[in-house]
Ligand binder design. Sequence first.
Ligand SMILES: NC(=O)c1ccc[n+]([C@@H]2O[C@H](COP(=O)([O-])OP(=O)(O)OC[C@H]3O[C@@H](n4cnc5c(N)ncnc54)[C@H](O)[C@@H]3O)[C@@H](O)[C@H]2O)c1
Ligand SMILES: [Fe+2]
Length: 376
Amino acid sequence: MHSFQTVGDIRIDAGGASRLDAYVSGLCAGKRIAIITDKGVRGLGLLDAGLESLRSAGYDVLVFDDVAADPPEVIVLAGAKAVTDFKADLIIGFGGGSPMDTAKVIAHLAGSPQPLASLYGVGLAAGPALPLLLIPTTSGTGSEVTNVAIITTGKTAKKGIVADSLYAKRVLLDANLTLGLPKSITASTGIDAMVHAIEAYTSIREKNPISDALALTALRKLRGAIVTACDEPGNVDARNDMLIGAMLAGQAFSNAPCAAVHALAYPLGGFFHVPHGLSNALVLTEVMKYNLPKAKDWYAEIAYDLGVGSTGIALIDAMEDIKARTAVPTRLSSVKITADAIPMMAEDAMTKDRLLMNNAREMTYDATVKIYEAIL
Ligand SMILES: NC(=O)c1ccc[n+]([C@@H]2O[C@H](COP(=O)([O-])OP(=O)(O)OC[C@H]3O[C@@H](n4cnc5c(N)ncnc54)[C@H](O)[C@@H]3O)[C@@H](O)[C@H]2O)c1
Ligand SMILES: [Fe+2]
C-alpha cells in the first residue's frame, strides 16, 4: 500500500510575489494577514512590492521578521504570540526554509490550543491551523510542499514536527525572488534539494512510485540548472528550474522521507551552525559510498535517468562533479570542525532514528565516525 500527500494548489509565476493580493485571494476569510520572514529577506526588499499590493487592496498586514536561521523555539513562540494578538486570518511564510518552517508552526500555535512541546514527533500536530501561503526565496529545502518543520530546541538540538496538518493551503514559486541568492547559497541549497531527491528515491520504508517519478524529474531539473544558476545568477530560466526542482524533491521526500545524509548532517548544524545545505553537501558522497552495497541498483537507475552512466558509482561521480563545479567546501576543516568533535557528532547522529530508519544500509556509530573522518 502506498499513499501520497502534497499541497493541492501550487502556482509558478516569475514576478508573482509583487502581486500578493492576487495570490491571497480565496485563502483569507478576513482582512488580517501575518507575514513571517527574516531581516535578511526583508532587507533585500523582496517583500516590498507584495506588501504594497496587499495594503492597497485593503489588507491589514503584520510583518514578523525576527526569524533566525535554524529557527529556535523562543522565536517561534514570540511569533505565535504576535500573530495571536494580531488576530490574523492568514499566515504567509516568506523566505527560506527557516521562515517557512516557523510559519508552519505559528499557523498551528495560533490556530489551536496544542502547546509547542506536544507537537514534536510524527503525526502529533493535529490542528486546526490557520490557512498558510508559502513563498520560498531559496531553492533547496522544499519546505513549501513538505509536512515537516524543523525547530532548534535548547542550545543545539533540532527537532522535527511531521504532520499532514502542516501542509500549506497554497504555494507560490516566484523565480525572481531567488535572483539575488549568492553563489555559495545557490550551490549548497541546490545540493540539499538533490539530496532530498536521492534520499527519497532510496528511502527503504516509504519509497513509492509517485515520489520516485518526482525525484527523478527533480534531479534532472536541478542537475541541468545548478551550475548555470551559480555562474549566471540573473538567469531566470535556471532559477526557475532550481525552484521547481527543489519543490518536486520536497514533494518526493515529504512522502518517502530522508535518511542518513540528513542524519549525519544535522549535528554539523546543531553544534557548529553550519548551514543546512552545506552540512548535507559535506557528508553526501561519503554516505553514498557507504550505502552503495545496498543502494547500487537505485543509484544506477538515477544515473541512467540523468544520462551520466549506468552504475551506482556513476551517480556518486556525478555528485562529486557538481560539488567541484559549484565550489562547495568539501572538508569539515573548512567549517572549523576538528577531529575531537567527531565522537560527539556521531553520537548525536545516531539519535536521528526518524531518518536512519529509512536508510538503505543500516548506519552504525563506527561507520558514522569513519564517514566524518574521511571528510576531516
Ligand atoms: N521543512 C522542511 O521540510 C525542511 C527541509 C530541509 C531543511 N529545512 C530547514 O530549513 C532551514 C534552512 O533553510 P534555507 O537553507 O532555505 O535557509 P534559511 O531560511 O535559513 O536562510 C539562510 C539565509 O539566506 C538568506 N536568504 C533567503 N533568501 C534569500 C535570497 N533570495 N537572496 C539572498 N539571501 C537570501 C536569509 O536571509 C538567511 O540569512 C533549516 O532550519 C532546515 O532545518 C526544512
Ligand atoms: Fe535538507
